[in-house]
Design a protein around this ligand. Structure first.
Ligand SMILES: [Zn+2]
Length: 428
């Protein structure tokens, strides 16, 4: 079943009017919030002014998210994951620290990561988004920011242990487990954790020698399900050959393109993506999997948004215009059908807004910055009201980063620097 989406906004592009808001206020004609007039006013307000307002809203949201997910839990971590649990709150605090430089955010972030470290000891999930690797990766980067090099090194060792082929002090030895290859739970998710660490701590903190077996294993698995004349690589999740960012081709190809691939591996990634473009649905979106070609989903996890972000990366990686054009095409679908009835990152409006940030980076066109601003303004104007009325949903975890208002707050903070805004745990 598709998630319902709101009608797309009525104007594709409106020129900003720096004086309108002041004039309306002066004449006592300020529109009521959650009305078309109010949303229009926000969208024509200059970018910097709206970004300031979004930042203020984000910092308020952050307070209630911390209170609900950390303060009210008695600081016991029932769900440690970045996706729906405490690590998502820590990641939001890390973003907040980057924007405001408030040391309290960094300290609280570190405290939550420490609790997640204890809570994830028995986890068999090795990914950044759902597994222990996310805890260790964020922990090391935050420790570095706090100037605690011993703690940083400790978390790096723990990250390596997550995928050690030998039994570890945690009793894991996950590399021998029958892992999937996807981003949310599998090898690509572990690689992303290594990528995050290498970005912030130095490119060879996790060395290419350590990463090569993981990359090779993904390719050898992908080839088993790939076929001649079709996609050279294919991966299964829950018995289906998925295409999306969370479990399938889009997510796995996206992660692989961040590493030094061999020539034949690059060719396989390129041909896989060209296969997806060729087989996209007539509406321009992308199917859930090989087996289901229904034109239903326009989410980061499944459908055009996640694929669009991967195609932006492919345009940069291969320097081929075919990927840039396909990314822009996917962006059109997100603009038409991307105002979903969820607010979060995974299958909500916030995740979809990041497609426009990525296209803005790729093309430099102000059209895309405006579209990202429009989605954020929609959330600012009526997100909370629609949530309260049940018109949009926060999922099973309404304060979380990937399903709830944590994602909305993260997006609002990212609007301050649109040129560097990147969807959490996917772009780095
Ligand atoms: Zn989702």
């Amino acid at each position: 079943m598709a998630l319902r989406h709101f009608e797309r906004m009525s104007f594709d592009f409106i020129h900003e009017n720096p004086d309108l808001e002041d004039e309306l206020e002066q004449w006592g004609k300020m529109p009521e919030p959650s009305t078309e007039d109010h949303l229009f006013m926000l969208r024509v307000t200059t970018y910097d002014r709206v970004a300031e307002r979004l930042k203020k809203a984000a910092l308020e949201l952050k307070k209630s998210i911390v209170a609900e997910t950390w303060g009210s839990s008695g600081q016991n971590v029932a769900d440690f994951s970045l996706y729906s649990g405490a690590l998502g709150t820590a990641f939001l605090l890390w973003k907040s620290f980057q924007v405001t430089n408030d040391a309290e955010d960094l300290c609280l972030c570190s405290e939550i990561v420490r609790a997640c470290d204890s809570a994830s000891l028995g986890s068999r999930d090795v990914s950044f988004i759902c597994g222990r690797a996310g805890v260790c990766a964020l922990g090391s980067v935050v420790a570095k920011s706090m100037g605690d090099n011993d703690l940083m090194d400790c978390y790096v060792i723990k990250l390596k242990e997550c995928c050690s082929s030998k039994p570890t002090p945690m009793g894991l030895g996950n590399w021998n487990l029958d892992l999937s290859d996807g981003l949310l739970h599998g090898r690509a998710g572990y690689l992303w954790a290594c990528l995050f660490i290498n970005t912030y701590l130095g490119t060879e903190t996790i060395s290419p020698v350590q990463l090569a077996p993981v990359i090779d294993k993904i390719f050898s698995n992908g080839r088993k399900l790939g076929r001649k004349g079709g996609s050279p690589l294919m991966f299964q999740w829950n018995g289906k050959n998925h295409w999306g960012a969370a479990h399938g081709l889009a997510g796995i190809m996206h992660v692989l393109m961040h590493f030094n691939l061999q020539e034949n591996q690059q060719k396989e990634v390129k041909e896989t993506l060209l296969y997806m473009i060729k087989k996209r649905l007539p509406s321009g979106t992308y199917p859930l999997c090989e087996e289901e070609k229904g034109d239903l989903l326009v989410h980061w996890c499944h459908g055009a948004p996640g694929v669009a972000l991967t195609l932006v990366k492919a345009a940069e990686f291969f320097g081929d215009k075919v990927f840039a054009k396909a990314a822009v095409d996917a962006g059109k679908v997100v603009w038409e059908r991307g105002l979903l009835e969820h607010v979060g990152i995974c299958h909500g409006i916030s995740g979809n807004a990041y497609v426009f940030h990525a296209l803005y980076r790729l093309t430099g066109s102000p059209e895309f910055r405006f579209k990202a601003k429009s989605f954020a303004c929609f959330l600012l104007d009526r997100g909370q009201k629609l949530l309260a009325e049940g018109e949009v949903r926060g999922g099973d975890h309404p304060f979380s980063l990937f399903e709830g208002i944590g994602g909305m707050a993260y997006l609002f903070l990212d609007m301050v620097q649109p040129a560097t805004a990147k969807i959490p745990a996917y772009e780095v």
